[in-house]
Design a protein around this ligand. Structure first.
Ligand code: AMX
Length: 436
C-alpha cells in the first residue's frame, strides 16, 4: 500500500501545477456551447467532467492512462502460463499511470487477499436474501452492508480529517472494496445458482483467477483466463457512462466509496447499460434456434438482420454511442474465441454476424457505427465454459468496473473536485430561451 500511495502522490505532485494553471489561468476558456438538443438529449457530447483514469478515442476505443487495450494486454503482468494482462494490474495502472512489475502485482494481490474477508454481518445479510432477488440487487445490498467498514467514513466522522488526506482514506476503501467484491459476487452466485455450496478463496491466486475458481463453473484453466480478460477489458470506460458517472456524482458529496459504488452498481443494472451483454447472448441463441440446425451463412444472416430491423428492433451487439469503429474489446475477445474455441456454434454464428450485419446497418443510412461492440461476444465467451446464468452477467461487469470507478474516486478526492451540481431548467425556460 505504501508503494501505491507513494506513486499516486508522486503523480499528483506532477499534475498539481497543471491543475492549478487550468483552474486559475484558463478557468474562463470556453470548451463548447450547449444546445437545447443536448439539454433534452441526455447531455450527449457536453464536455463537463474530469476523469484521469481513461479516455475514449472514437476510433481506437478506450485507453487506460493513454494505453490502448491491446497495449494493456501486451504490457501488463500476467498469471503463470496466461497471455491475458491481469485486471488488478490495470487497477494499478489506472491509479498510478504506471505498468506495475510482476513483483508489484504480486504484492498487490497479497494485500487484496489480506483485505478480502467479508464481515460476518455481511455474510448473514447476503445469505438471508430470497434466492429470487436479482443478483445485481444482492450485490448493491452487499456493498451497502459493507459501508460501515469504510475507513473514509470513520475518519470523516472523527472530525479530524483534513481535505488533503481524503484521498488516502478513499484509497484504503478502494482497495478493500476491490478485494471484497469478487468474494461477495461469488457468494451471491453460489447462493443463487449452486444451492449455497461455497468454494473458499485461494490466497495463492490472482484476483480474477481466484474469482473464477470461486464461481466454480469450470475446471478448465481457460475459464480463469476468460474471466481475467473480461475483468481487464471492462475495468474503465471514461466517467460519463451511467455507472461511472453515478459513482462519481455520489462520491462528490463525500459519500464514501461503498455508498458511491453501490449507487453506480444500481445504474449498471439498467437494461440500457450493463444488461446489454445478456441481450446479445439471447439474440444469438434465438437466432440459432430459428435457424433450426441450418448452417449460418452470410445470406441467411443478412436476411435475418433485415427482418430484425423490419420488426422495429435493434440488433444487439452492434453500434455505439461514442465509438465509430469495431470496439477493441470485441476484437480482443474475438481473437480469444478464435484461438481457443473457434468451433463453438455461437462463436461461428457470431463470426457470420460480423460479416453480415454491418452492411445491413450501414444500408439504413442512420446507424453511426455499424460495427460490433463489446457485448457482441462477451456472453458467448462466458457461456462456452458453462456460465450460462444470464442474470449473473452484469455482476461480473460490476466486479470489473469496481476497478475503474474506485480509481476514479481516489483521483477525484486527490484533485479536490467539488460536489457536482449542474443546472437544470424547465421546458418553459427552454422555450423562452429557444425563442430569443
Ligand atoms: N440496430 C438497429 N438500429 C440501430 C443500431 C442497431 N444495432 N444501432 C443504432 N441504431 C439506430 C438507432 O436506434 C437510431 O435509430 P432512430 O434514429 O430511429 O432512433 C439510429 O440508428 C442512430 O443511432 P446511433 O446514433 O448510431 O446510436 P445511438 O448513440 O443512439 O445508440 C446504441 C447507441 C449502442 C444504444 C445503439 O447502437 C444500439 O441500440 N445498439 C444495439 C444494442 C447494444 O448493442 N447495446 C450495447 C452497447 C454497448 C454498451 O454500451 N454496453
Amino acid at each position: 500500500v505504501d508503494t501505491l500511495k507513494h506513486k499516486i502522490q508522486g503523480l499528483a505532485e506532477k499534475k498539481a501545477p497543471q491543475l492549478t494553471a487550468l483552474r486559475k489561468e484558463h478557468g474562463g476558456k470556453v470548451l463548447g456551447e450547449t444546445t437545447v438538443g443536448q439539454c433534452i438529449g441526455g447531455m450527449r457530447g457536453i464536455t463537463c467532467m474530469i476523469s484521469e483514469t481513461s479516455l475514449l478515442d472514437p476510433m481506437e476505443g478506450i485507453r487506460y492512462r493513454g494505453r490502448t487495450l491491446q497495449d494493456c494486454m501486451d504490457q501488463l503482468p500476467k498469471a503463470p502460463g496466461s497471455k491475458i494482462g491481469l485486471p488488478e494490474a490495470s487497477f494499478w495502472l489506472l491509479l498510478t499511470d504506471e505498468i506495475p512489475s510482476d513483483a508489484e502485482v504480486k504484492a498487490l494481490n497479497e494485500e487484496l487477499h489480506k483485505r478480502s474477508a467479508l464481515p460476518e454481518s455481511v455474510v448473514k445479510t447476503i445469505d438471508s436474501l430470497p434466492k429470487d432477488t436479482h443478483p445485481m440487487t444482492q450485490l448493491s445490498i452487499g456493498l451497502l452492508a459493507l459501508q460501515p467498514t469504510s475507513e473514509f467514513g470513520k475518519a470523516y466522522r472523527s472530525g479530524t480529517l483534513k481535505k488533503n488526506e481524503y484521498w488516502v482514506y478513499t484509497l484504503e476503501d478502494a482497495l478493500s472494496l476491490v478485494a471484497k467484491v469478487p468474494i461477495l459476487a461469488a457468494r451471491i452466485f453460489r447462493n443463487v445458482f449452486m444451492e449455497g455450496k461455497h468454494i473458499p478463496s485461494d490466497p495463492s491466486m490472482d484476483w480474477a483467477g481466484n474469482y473464477a475458481q470461486m464461481l466454480g463453473v469450470s475446471d478448465d484453466a481457460l475459464f480463469k483466463d476468460v474471466t481475467r480478460m473480461y475483468l481487464m477489458l471492462h475495468a474503465d470506460h471514461e466517467a460519463g457512462n451511467v455507472s461511472a458517472h453515478t459513482t462519481h456524482l455520489v462520491g462528490s458529496a463525500l459519500s464514501d466509496p461503498y455508498y458511491s459504488y453501490a449507487a453506480g452498481v444500481c445504474g449498471l443494472a439498467g437494461p440500457l447499460h450493463g444488461l446489454a451483454n445478456q441481450e446479445c447472448l439471447r439474440w444469438l441463441k434465438n437466432t440459432r434456434q430459428e435457424l433450426g440446425g441450418k448452417e449460418p451463412t452470410v445470406e441467411v444472416l443478412t436476411q435475418f438482420a433485415k427482418d430484425t430491423l423490419a420488426s422495429g428492433k435493434v440488433i444487439p451487439g452492434f453500434g455505439h454511442g461514442v465509438l465509430r469503429n469495431t470496439d477493441p474489446r470485441y476484437v480482443i475477445q474475438r481473437q480469444f474465441a478464435q484461438d481457443n474455441f473457434p468451433n463453438d456454434p455461437l462463436v461461428k454464428l457470431a463470426e457470420v454476424c460480423f460479416q453480415a450485419i454491418p452492411p445491413v446497418l450501414e444500408a439504413t443510412g442512420k446507424v453511426k457505427n455499424p460495427w460490433p461492440n463489446v457485448d457482441a461476444l462477451s456472453g458467448t465467451c462466458m457461456q462456452y465454459f458453462g456460465l450460462d446464468q444470464e442474470d449473473y452477467y452484469t455482476v461480473i461487469f460490476a466486479v470489473s468496473r469496481a476497478l475503474g470507478c474506485t480509481s476514479n474516486l481516489v483521483w477525484s478526492r486527490m484533485m479536490g473536485l467539488p460536489i457536482e451540481r449542474p443546472k437544470s431548467v424547465t421546458l418553459d425556460w427552454l422555450s423562452t430561451k429557444a425563442a430569443e
